[in-house]
Design a protein around this ligand. Structure first.
Ligand code: SF4
Length: 387
């Protein structure tokens, strides 16, 4: 039976800005999810028996804050009214931060929303890609939003998309985060997804540049205790490398419905959330059904799901057979395999070389240096499989 761990809901495809690397095809549409669609979704999800003790709901895939706070207060009350008593539900927003004001800060604090703000580092990096439809930079509005979150003591993290240029400037990024009181950071690399073809991933030597960036950023953080409390890429790599030898790796991205995504119109998909809305000539689309017309529990029997799952499984098995990093990766990101290799039935991508292989290498290399303290490759579960 599937187990839904993460529900990604697109409240609207609209975004108030127009980042140059955005993969969302409908970001100019001002459509909004209907209340009835949300009721149908939550009713079916909670009746499916597919939830466990906890469920994360991410409001994303357009700019969620273009809708009023009242929309979300209502949506959250729908969830509370329908969910099983023992199920713990947490809400997250991933936002460009440009619309944060005092009322939003109050809402985030009241509702204990987990807030992620997209900011690509200092202005000279951020404004290169994160622009308005008129082409002007959005840094000033985003950093104003972050400062308001801090003033209201709303906990948040940032996600920064790294380019080849910002990867060459780890200390500049570090100083920027420290100066702005940003303590929790996540790094993405500009990916090829949908119609967007990454320029950064095509750069020669980008994997080595990523390794050098992470290594130096980590070193700076360790050298200045109390400034940066969380670097997602390092924390994740450590958690995967140092774990009991037989502990299985759970890759949500390849488990059916572990991540369940719904667009504003009620279309449902699974695996990589970015698949929903993508067009691909080999598939008819990645929508498996519509929550307003179809039964969620019937979707795993649909031919388009069976074919999609079969291809993704084949890719995972190829990874298991061929890749020394499988034990710390679990077969990667389907959407990146499709975008970079043209098929799910494939293994390596530049994306996984950076985010899985080089991040793991960095942690293993660091463990090697501290081995005299009693931790070594032999004791790390990932290391046992990473030759
Ligand atoms: S690192 Fe890449 S090749 Fe290796 S298991 Fe992950 S996705 Fe597959």
């Amino acid at each position: 039976m599937p187990r839904i761990e993460l529900l990604v809901i697109q409240p609207t495809p609209f975004c108030n800005i127009d980042c140059r690397y955005c993969y969302l095809p409908q970001r100019s549409s001002k459509a909004v999810v209907a209340r009835e669609t949300l009721v149908n979704l939550f009713t079916q999800v909670f009746a499916s028996g597919w939830t466990g003790d906890g469920l994360s709901i991410v409001w994303h895939a357009g700019e969620p804050m273009v809708l009023p706070t009242g929309f979300y207060r209502d949506a959250f009350r729908i969830v509370e009214g329908l969910k099983p008593a023992q199920l713990a539900v947490g809400h997250s927003f991933q936002t460009n931060g440009t619309l944060i004001d005092d009322a939003w800060c109050t809402f985030f604090a009241d509702e204990r929303v987990n807030v992620g703000v997209s900011i690509d580092g200092p202005k000279r990096f951020h404004d290169r890609h994160r622009v308005t439809r008129a082409g002007s930079g959005t840094f000033d509005r985003t950093i104003a939003g972050i400062r308001l979150l801090r003033r209201h003591k709303v906990p948040f993290h940032v996600i920064s998309v790294l380019s080849a240029a910002s990867m060459a400037a780890p200390s500049e990024l570090f100083d920027f985060y420290v100066e702005e009181g940003i303590e929790r950071v996540c790094f993405n690399v500009e990916e090829s997804e949908g119609d967007h073809v990454s320029q950064s991933l095509a750069e020669t030597g980008i994997a080595e540049a990523y390794y050098r960036f992470l290594a130096e950023f980590w070193r700076l953080s360790v050298a200045a205790p109390g400034k940066i409390s969380f670097i997602r890429e390092i924390e994740h790599a450590i958690a995967q490398v140092i774990r009991p030898a037989n502990a299985p790796f759970n890759n949500q991205l390849v488990e059916p419905f572990a991540i369940t995504s719904m667009d504003w119109d009620g279309n449902i998909s699974t695996f990589s959330p970015e698949l929903l809305g993508l067009k691909n000539s080999a598939y008819e689309g990645f929508s498996l059904g519509n929550i307003n017309r179809d039964a969620l529990v019937d979707l795993p029997q649909r031919p388009n799901f069976v074919r999609l799952y079969s291809d993704i499984r084949k890719g995972v098995e190829m990874c298991r057979d061929r890749c020394g990093y499988f034990s710390v990766c679990g077969g990667g990101e389907p959407v990146n395999k499709l975008a970079e290799n043209g098929t799910f039935v494939s293994t390596e991508t530049t994306y996984c070389r950076l985010t899985k292989m080089r991040a793991t290498d960095l942690v293993l290399d660091t463990l090697d240096r501290v081995r005299p303290l009693g931790v070594g490759r032999e004791t790390a579960s990932g290391a046992a499989a990473v030759g």
